[in-house]
Design a binder for this molecule. Structure first.
Ligand code: AMP
Length: 116
């Protein structure tokens, strides 16, 4: 896996189920959903992961979270609950080197972490 998969989705070079797009972000269904609702949101500009953001990206990160809340509402998981995940590097299990957030909902997600 590398950054090109999400770059290609953003640039319409490979197909995906896009659920939202504007000037700043693109959101699409995860190809291997872990819950009934599993949406990925990426910035339209390439950022490798959260370690690579800077002050000029603060509004962009806010935009990603704002759109996540809107999509949660649209998918009727705002009341039942959902989780936002941003993985960063190896110990998080990050597979795709392109900053993205996951919206997971429509199923019980359990506690935040299980270190057993
Ligand atoms: P992460 O482990 O945070 O890097 O998550 C990467 C996510 O991207 C996984 O949940 C994959 O199922 C998802 N994924 C990989 N390829 C695609 C694709 N072509 N379209 C949509 N989601 C994808």
């Amino acid at each position: 896996m590398n950054e090109n998969i999400f770059s290609k989705i953003v640039n319409n070079k490979i197909k995906s189920k896009i659920v939202y797009r504007d000037k700043y972000v693109t959101a699409f269904n995860d190809i291997n959903p872990k819950c009934p609702v599993h949406i990925i949101i990426v910035p339209n500009i390439y950022i490798k992961n959260l370690n690579y953001i800077n002050k000029s990206n603060i509004l962009l990160l806010g935009k990603m979270l704002f759109i996540a809340s809107k999509l949660a509402k649209k998918n009727n998981i705002d009341k039942s609950g959902y989780r936002i995940i941003i993985n960063c590097n190896k110990n998080s299990g990050q597979e795709i080197n392109y900053l993205h957030l996951h919206i997971l909902g429509g199923c019980y997600l359990g506690k935040i972490i299980n270190l057993k």
